[in-house]
Structure formats: structure tokens, C-alpha cells
Design a protein around this ligand. Structure first.
Ligand code: ADP
Ligand code: MG
Length: 348
């Protein structure tokens, strides 16, 4: 592509780039230089062209440089870092007995970690690259077995990963490709000490990649401490704004009015759509769920105090539409895909 074509393409795709020596985007899958099996899986999945974050993020990630990638939910960020991760792994010496992973993907919640691994699994099953998911709330035994048999890619939540490191079930000495998915949340919302601890065990010349749908200013300076000469790519407006494809209605009501207002909304909206009700606290979540059930609304709930099995089951019921109302704390705030209604409700 000529510089002019690049500018036109970036303009059309709403791509903004920052950094030194930014590579040109790739307009088609085969231009990215991925192994044949990746292209085969892509065509089997029926993908037609790279999404904008992939078009610009892939050549950046494949340069081996650090990067910050910002694009809205559902824009294909997972493959933006996973496919370059496969290329990265293939270029490293094979693991030997006692080696930890080469790629580490950190995610804020178990739900997201599991989804990322599913995406990795679609491609990994066609290569010899193994991946596993390390997250709290599930038995450690199978996770330890995976770690001990050797995995090139770990996708994990910070707490359980630190447990595994402290118990020496794995180590980060071979990590050269580090991903923080939903990075703003990872850095901003209380994970910073754990992230710091994990990063301190990884060699400083690693490649670090951040991906997020939102990128508040406050996160930027914190984020940059762990990056070296990064690229930055933003799809859409560089200014944080609400997703234009979602109709957002905000009502301000007093605490005592909230529950009745919720019931009235449910009555208006119950047309077979799935309804997700966010509640600020775990306790509030339990209270609203109990009250709804007593009032004849069969709500299910997920939050951080529920067992992993229960969370998995509730999420599956909700996603499949077998159960139409789910209450949740922000464990469900990301990565659930396209759900019809998002209610935000803080009752107490
Ligand atoms: P994000 O992390 O940006 O929210 P995901 O990586 O979860 O988005 O991707 C959302 C969905 O889009 C997934 O089901 C994924 O398989 C699909 N997807 C990814 N890349 C493409 C593409 N190039 N064309 C079509 N669908 C894609
Ligand atoms: Mg994602």
C-alpha cells in the first residue's frame, strides 16, 4: 500500500495510531503472515476480513513491540493478540521439562479467561501449541496437571496464578509475550499489586500488549510504567464515549423507589428478551435476586462469592435463553457479548 492508500484505509476504518515506525495495516488475512492452519480455521469460521483492530494490531504485534490496543467490545481483540502469540511461540525454542509458559494472558475474571481459552482452543487444536486456563474457584488438581505437563500459553486470573507461582507449580522465566486483556480494569480496579507482582517475575525484555474497550486517562500513566516504546492503536474516537449502537436511558430515582421501578421496567420489557441487572454489591445482588424470586420473577444470579460451577451453570442458562433474568455484580460486566438489555441497578 502507498502512504496515501494507508491513510485512506485508516480513515475509512476509523483507525488512529501513535508511536514510532508504525507498520502499515493488513487488509486481508493472508497478508498478515500467519501459518496456514490459522488461515484454514479463519476460513472455516467464515470470517471475511480482519476487523480494524486486527488489521492494524496484527502487524504491530508481529513487530515484537509493546502496544496498547483500544477497540469496542465485540471488535475481535482476542484474536488480535492470540494469532501473533501463536507466531511468537512457534519462533521460540520448544519447552523443556520444568519450563513455564511462553505466553501469559491475564484477564480480570474467570468468565473472560475461559472465553479466551475457547478462542485459543479453536486454533491451538491445529498446532502443537498447548494452552490452559488458570482461575480461582475451580479445583486446583487439573490445573496443576496441565501446568506440570507443560503449556505454551497460560490464560489466567491474577490471584490463582500467584497461588500457582508461590506453590511452584509453574514459573514465568520463559514468558516473552505478556497480554493484559481488559487492561484498564486490570490496572485500575484493584489488580495493580497483583499485576506488579506477576510482572516482577517476567524478564524485562518481554513484549507486553494491553487490550481494552475503554482507556481512561488515569490508566495511561500507570500502564506506561510496564511498557517500553509502545505503539498505540485506537479504533473509533480516541475520546472515551458510550457505544453509539446501544440506546442508553438513565433514570435517577431515590433508593426507596428503585425496586418498584425495576419491577415496572421488567413488566414493560419482558417480551422474551434476556435482561441483565447489574447490582453494585454481592449482598445487594443476593437481596434483589431473593426479592425478585419471591415476587414471581425467576431470576438467577452470579457474583464473586458463588462457586465456579454455579457461575458457569447460571451463565449457560442465561446465554442459552433458558433463564431470562440474571442479576450480577461486575464479574459479568465484560465479555458476555450481545445481550439485549443492560440494566444498572444499585438498590441499597
Ligand atoms: P472483543 O474482545 O473485542 O470484545 P472478541 O475477540 O471476543 O471481541 O470477538 C467477538 C467475536 O467476533 C468472537 O466471536 C470472534 O470469534 C469474532 N471475530 C473475531 N475476528 C473476526 C473477524 N475478523 N471476522 C468476523 N468475526 C470475528
Ligand atoms: Mg475481549
Amino acid at each position: 500500500m502507498s502512504d496515501h492508500e494507508v491513510a485512506v484505509y485508516r480513515g475509512r476504518m476509523d483507525i488512529t495510531v501513535e508511536g514510532i515506525d508504525v507498520p502499515k495495516p493488513v487488509r486481508m488475512f493472508h497478508e498478515a503472515g500467519f501459518p496456514g492452519y490459522c488461515l484454514e480455521v479463519i476460513s472455516r469460521l467464515g470470517f471475511i476480513e480482519p476487523t480494524p483492530i486486527q488489521a492494524q494490531g496484527w502487524p504491530m504485534a508481529l513487530k515484537g513491540r509493546d502496544l496498547i490496543g483500544i477497540a469496542e467490545t465485540g471488535s475481535g481483540k482476542t484474536l488480535s493478540y492470540l494469532l501473533p502469540a501463536f507466531v511468537h511461540v512457534a519462533a521460540q525454542p520448544p519447552l523443556v521439562q520444568g519450563d513455564g509458559p511462553i505466553v501469559l494472558v491475564l484477564a480480570p475474571t474467570r468468565e473472560l479467561a475461559v472465553q479466551i481459552q475457547q478462542e485459543a482452543g479453536k486454533f491451538g487444536s491445529h498446532s502443537r501449541i498447548r494452552s490452559t486456563c488458570i482461575y480461582g474457584g475451580a479445583p486446583k488438581g487439573p490445573q496443576i496437571r496441565d501446568l506440570q505437563s507443560g503449556v505454551e500459553i497460560i490464560i489466567g486470573t491474577p490471584g490463582r496464578l500467584i497461588d500457582m507461582l508461590e506453590a511452584q507449580h509453574t514459573n514465568l522465566r520463559r514468558v516473552t509475550y505478556l497480554v493484559l486483556d481488559e487492561a484498564d480494569r486490570m490496572l485500575d480496579m484493584g489488580f495493580e499489586p497483583q499485576i506488579r507482582k506477576i510482572i516482577s517475575q517476567i524478564r524485562p525484555d518481554r513484549q507486553t500488549l494491553y487490550w481494552s474497550a475503554t482507556w481512561p486517562k488515569e490508566v495511561e500513566s500507570l500502564a506506561r510504567q510496564f511498557l517500553c516504546n509502545p505503539y498505540k492503536v485506537i479504533i473509533g474516537s480516541p475520546v472515551l464515549k458510550a457505544n453509539q449502537s446501544i440506546n442508553q436511558i438513565i433514570e435517577v430515582v431515590t433508593d426507596v423507589e428503585k425496586y418498584n421501578r425495576l419491577i415496572n421496567l421488567l413488566k414493560e420489557m419482558m417480551d422474551g428478551s434476556r435482561i441483565l441487572i447489574f447490582v453494585e454489591t454481592k449482598k445487594g445482588c443476593d437481596q434483589v435476586t431473593r426479592q425478585l424470586r419471591m415476587d414471581g420473577w425467576p431470576a438467577l444470579s452470579i457474583h464473586g462469592d458463588k462457586s465456579q460451577d454455579e457461575r458457569d451453570w447460571v451463565l449457560a442458562e442465561f446465554k442459552s435463553g433458558r433463564s431470562l433474568i440474571m442479576t450480577a455484580t461486575d464479574v459479568a460486566a465484560r465479555g458476555l457479548g450481545r445481550i439485549t438489555v443492560l440494566g444498572s441497578f444499585n438498590p441499597y
